[in-house]
Write a protein that binds this ligand. Structure first.
Ligand code: 2AM
Length: 189
């Protein structure tokens, strides 16, 4: 089973990404990510034997157990790769360090469970388009939105169809951590 771990974005941010994607269609040719599929990848595992999926779920639970929700805001657009065949993405202006911490914890936990992932350095982004031709010049200004990330999900990825199909396998909800020191003990609510 092809797996990856990603943060899901709140509805208002998904809508903003859809609007930015629609703006891009007038300027750039390439393969657009379907609006319902936008996500922020934290770790890419690739093919994992079905018998190891429970380990991946446990790794995610453990990595997120003490992780509070993360306030984020979109920043500028960015790209990876060559200008005529680029990956075009929405970047973040707020929450970058916290997202980096979460990605690090998720990756460490996967490793503790003996699971292998793509160790390419984490750079928080939401891919909007692949094989984008950026040789035409300026990109439009993205629709800026802010919000709170509180869902981290293990997704399966099915590449057999015309477009990738992502299905949630296991969802973890991040909780605000309240420290109650009256008894010298930390308490999660
Ligand atoms: P992306 O976030 O940059 O688009 C499922 O394939 C998701 O995992 C995609 O969103 C993809 O990248 C991300 N991903 C990260 N590393 C990958 C890799 N080595 N191969 C395929 N997808 C990868």
């Amino acid at each position: 089973m092809r797996l990856f771990v990603a943060a899901e974005l709140p509805d208002a941010m998904m809508e903003a990404l859809g609007e930015t994607s629609a703006l891009l269609r007038d300027h750039v040719s390439g393969r657009y990510v379907a609006p319902g599929s936008f996500h922020l990848t934290l770790a890419f595992l690739g093919e994992v034997p079905v018998a190891r999926v429970d380990d991946a779920c446990a790794a995610l639970d453990e990595a997120c157990a003490l992780q509070p929700p993360i306030a984020v805001a979109f920043g500028p657009l960015g790209s990876f790769g060559r200008a005529h065949k680029a990956t075009l993405w929405q970047g973040f202006a707020r929450g970058v360090d916290e997202l980096g911490g979460l990605a690090g914890d998720v990756r460490e936990s996967l490793a503790d469970h003996g699971l292998v992932y793509d160790s390419t350095a984490f750079a928080p982004h939401v891919t909007l388009m692949r094989r984008a031709d950026l040789t035409g010049g300026l990109l439009p200004t993205p629709v800026v939105e802010r919000g709170v990330i509180d869902t981290v999900t293990l997704f399966s990825s099915d590449l057999s169809g015309e477009r990738p199909r992502y299905e949630p396998v296991h969802r973890v909800t991040l909780r605000w951590e309240l420290l109650d020191d009256s008894e010298g003990m930390g308490m999660l609510v």
